[in-house]
Ligand binder design. Sequence first.
Ligand code: FPP
Length: 251
Amino acid sequence: MPPTSASVPRHLAVIMDGNGRWAERRRRPRIIGHRAGARAVNVCIDFCLERGVRALTLFAFSSENWGRPQEEVGALMKLFMNALDREVEELNRRGVRIRFIGERERFSAGIRERMDAAENQTRANSRLDLVIAASYGGRQDIALAARALAIDVAAGRLRAEDIDEAAIASKMALADLPPPDLFIRTGGDQRISNFLLWQLAYTELWFTELLWPELDAATLQLAIDDYARRERRFGLTSAQVADAAPENSPA
Ligand code: FPP
């Protein structure tokens, strides 16, 4: 039987929304908001390391974000490049294993090299899995899994009738991590926006009006406290969940 909620999520997934509005409210260019957003990423990583969250998946750039004004996309690419140059050493020292999911081939050679290097350098770490979703889309993730299974069928390695949820899950990004327990979106919108569509099936969702650059440890703690109060039923009844884990039953 699946576990009910423990007080700290094992895996936290985040949509970091509101950078542009944060800057616009200060009459500054949007990229200033993204720079402030990069600082909030550090707040979030620090929090996960302190509280024992084992995996953190951040939606840094969606497949659709390529359609933003060229100037903003270019500035974001520069920001990613600088962040990789600046942060990887320290993250490695702190035991963080970094990986990227999404269409890596769409990034410049310079960024791809830095992504590969960050993954290689931190591969042996195990304190926190930091996943950066970059040029990622949830539908694209599912489509790629379907394609991989079709290739296996065509090659005779798999029978079509053996395709089930586990087979699909095994081909998805993050197949080796537990699905996110908690999803946080800042910026006031209450939607998933083509993030981890498959992996979020039973994830607890938490939204805040705060803009991403305003994120602080107190806000993250609010989300965790709210999560700890929720009863996760995974499609079962409350009584079944209470039977399975009496210490976790609701008061
Ligand atoms: C959404 O805010 C944010 C992004 C598209 C970019 C996220 C990037 C960062 C937080 C910076 C650095 C990240 C890493 C991993 C180093 P928005 O621009 O859509 O805000 P808006 O809704 O107010 O316009």
